[in-house]
Design a protein. Sequence first.
Length: 357
Amino acid sequence: MDKRDNLSVVIHKKEDLRVEQSALPSEPGPYEVQLASNTVGICGSDVHFWKDGCIDKWVIESPLVTGHESSATVIKVGSHVKNLKVGDRVSVEPGVGCMACQVCKDGFYNLCPDVLFFGVPPTGGSLRRYYNHSSAFCHKLPDNMSHGEGALMEPLAVAVYACKRAAITEGSGQRVMVTGAGPVGLLSALAAKAMGAQDVCILDINESRLKFAQQMGIDKTILIDTKLDTESLANEVIAILGDSPDITLECSGAESSLNLAIFVNKDGGNVIMVGINPRKVSVSLSSAACREVNLLGIKRYRHSFPLAIYLVSSGKIDVKPLITHKYRIEEALEAFHTAANPTSGAIKVQIECFEQS
Ligand SMILES: [Zn+2]
Ligand SMILES: [Zn+2]
């Protein structure tokens, strides 16, 4: 009999998170691998599911393993798996399309109506010791990358995909404004620089986050004074960048930031809506329309993990300083409290899932 334990972090309902055993995975299917989970980062969405028991229409109705920013080691391979072998260390892409519908066949697997995404009901997440996953969605880590870095490839994939949607290109002299300096905003600014933006500035209402951004090499920062009107803030952006931004990566999800983006972005440029806005917002759409400012949404990412891994393994982006806290899986509740506490100074809280003596 299999004696391994499968300690897991399970959200039972709103504000009820438990560390408990869950069933061990069955043998991997032909195109699956079995993974020994190593490191899982806590995302803002995990915290939301814990605090609220739901995000939008996704409601936790029965106990659900959480977590989706994961690195792991392959311990079993299915009969048809060719891309991985036992012992490989991987970064785990958590959203798997059905690969049978037209959307998937067209390559847009992140938009598949039947996509299964870790930790979003009804699909269990990766904050557990063992699980199976599609081998096509496990990306091998180079030897020079740690598991901690591997677990950051998921949020970095969001940033890389946002920069791809924005058409950030080397040598094009693009100025980029990033609004919001949380983990995804920071990673978006770093990705924009690494992918060829000439100049990047980042805005936030939180001064300590901007200090952190400066330590990460994003030296142009603007502390948002919420009493300022959009035009005054826009003038600050133009002053620091030397011109209007060609591209905005809106990572805050705040209505005021989307309005600033539409107002200050160059005519004909791209504004990427990375942050999740409330369902209804009041923005000056006619201004965007008349000036051909393209408002582009993103749904997580597709085809972006390999580039994220390359940018880190080649030294173009250093994600390690973002990892501010590490916990063991047994301490998951404390880890979630740290991640949820705005005064903790946490940027990225990670949980190690393997057995430690
Ligand atoms: Zn996430
Ligand atoms: Zn599909």
